[in-house]
Design a protein around this ligand. Structure first.
Ligand code: ADP
Ligand code: MG
Length: 477
């Protein structure tokens, strides 16, 4: 090719790459539905491989411009990992391998011969590749340098994962250093794969929740079954919404999908709270007035943050939870609470007034559904409707909380007035009439509560009546 020919070819290549940079790219993405993702404009496809437990593990995905700026995504480091960014559709399709050194012991070849045979073609090849890369990606280097500013040396995994760092520090470092939405995928994967599971702590819609240990710290691991891959992906996606982190929203740590040859294990790792859900907590303990207020305030703060739209490049969309209930609120050691289980949440795009996934009328838990959801009169074209339905559920959570608030122990005089003078007893709900066993239990209670002590049933009578309940009869037969 002549000199002018080469120049115009290079110019064409640069133009082509610039054009591709301005539009979104399609990339291979192992963690995504359909194994495909699309970048925003100026994003890149990401391809990586790292050594975990002596095995090469690859990750392919999309990178946003923010991630390319502040993180270490596009740089390789030592022999532990290799990371590439590329800028054409599906360019991350190839599978990377780490360079492993092999002993050079071919019989009959002298060291010099080997050097000539291996080094000369390699050098020529490298020069060719370097030239190509230099020409095609020259513009990206300039872009990347402009954004690197104070990042002289690319950080490597060793620094990111330095053994003296605890989870809080890691999360703080990463979420202030660039993407703002969570740890880089490679770090998430490394953390997830070095967790040792200890015991199951909960069960919900999608499989089990475990307590695990990572570097001596407790973490919670929600394990999804393979058929719930969409839910796993959705929940991880919501937790990684930029600016979502809040002291009253469960702290997300990592998502990982690991293929063990037989099935794919889908993990969602989060901070662990030993008190468990508010539901379990209120079953175990009553709360003081102050305790109730602290819990109510922190749940309301978490929900307000979730509902709030933050405008700006580092902004956050409004999010509705859609399954707020005491089982999805966790109680922290310090008596405050966090909102958890964001698997059904929806995000609002205020520019287009669209919600990010097609929504059906009735999701969530029946007991906590707002009347407009139950009778299907909810206006789903207005995002406010989802927030308002959350508020209805919040009211019920507050009711559960208040019911377990023991403001103070009543005095004997208080109790005498209520029980003897006003002759009050716990009320028996009407709906107990609709089921035989409940109706009988209600009648028994009344007959135990007579003010006239002699009129009360004997224990034997109570025993006989209970034993005649049809459920018991069925069990006996
Ligand atoms: P699902 O989507 O299956 O309902 P959740 O995220 O609601 O799963 O978790 C189910 C239960 O597991 C919770 O009600 C709670 O008891 C327990 N749990 C979940 N996450 C944690 C955590 N981070 N710390 C302690 N317990 C948890
Ligand atoms: Mg739940």
């Amino acid at each position: 090719m002549t000199r002018t020919g080469t120049q115009s070819f290079q110019a064409a290549l640069i133009l082509l790459s610039v054009a591709q940079l301005t539009a979104g790219l399609k990339c291979v993405c192992e963690l995504c539905a359909n194994h495909t993702c699309e970048t925003t404009s100026d994003g890149a496809c990401w391809n990586s491989v790292m050594l975990i437990d002596g095995k090469e593990e690859t990750v392919k995905s999309c990178l946003s411009p923010t991630e390319m700026k502040g993180q270490v995504f596009c740089y390789s480091s030592r022999n532990v990992s290799k990371r590439n960014c590329c800028f054409t559709d599906y360019c991350n399709n190839e599978t990377l391998h780490l360079h492993t050194e092999r002993p050079l012991k071919e019989p009959g070849w002298s060291r010099l011969q080997l050097a000539v045979v291996i080094l000369v073609p390699s050098c020529l090849l490298c020069m060719g590749i370097l030239l190509g890369v230099f020409v095609v990606q020259g513009h990206y280097c300039a872009y990347s340098r402009a954004n690197k500013q104070d990042q002289e040396e690319p950080q490597d995994d060793q620094m990111l994962m330095s053994p003296d760092k605890c989870l809080q520090e890691l999360i703080y470092d990463m979420s202030t250093s660039g993407s703002g939405s969570g740890l880089p995928l490679l770090v998430q994967r490394t953390i997830a794969r070095t967790i040792v599971l200890q015991e199951t702590i909960g069960k919900g819609r999608f499989g089990e929740v475990w307590r695990g240990k990572w570097r001596g710290e407790d973490v919670a691991v929600k394990i999804f079954s393979t058929r719930d891959e969409r839910s796993w992906f959705r929940e991880a996606e919501i937790y990684q919404t930029i600016m979502l982190r809040h002291e009253n929203i469960l702290g997300f740590i990592a998502a990982d999908n690991k293929d063990n040859g037989l099935w794919t294990q889908l993990w969602l790792v989060s901070e662990y709270h030993e008190h468990g859900s508010l539901y379990d907590y209120l079953n175990r303990y009553t709360v003081s007035m102050e305790g109730m207020i602290v819990l109510a305030l922190s749940i309301a703060s978490g929900l307000a943050h979730l509902h709030m739209e933050i405008i700006g490049t580092q902004g956050k969309p409004a999010i509705a939870h859609r399954d707020l209930k005491s089982k999805n609120v966790l109680v922290k050691k310090n008596g405050t609470a966090v909102i958890a289980d964001l698997g059904l949440a929806v995000k609002h795009d205020s520019n287009t007034n669209a919600i990010d996934i097609p929504s059906n009328h009735r999701v969530g838990t029946k007991r906590y559904m707002a009347p407009e959801i139950l009778d299907e009169t909810i206006n789903m074209s207005n995002f406010e409707s989802f927030k308002r339905a959350d508020i209805y559920s919040l009211g019920l959570v507050f009711w559960e909380l208040a019911r377990r608030c023991s403001a103070r122990d009543p005095s004997v005089e208080d109790m005498r007035k209520v029980v003897c003078d006003q002759k009050l007893r716990p009320s028996i709900p009407n709906q107990w009439q609709s089921c035989e066993a409940m109706r009988v239990m209600g009648k028994l209670m009344r007959e135990c509560w007579y003010a006239n002590a002699a009129a009360r049933l004997t224990a034997l009578r109570v025993k006989k009546t209970v034993s005649q309940l049809s459920v018991i009869k069925d069990v006996k037969e």
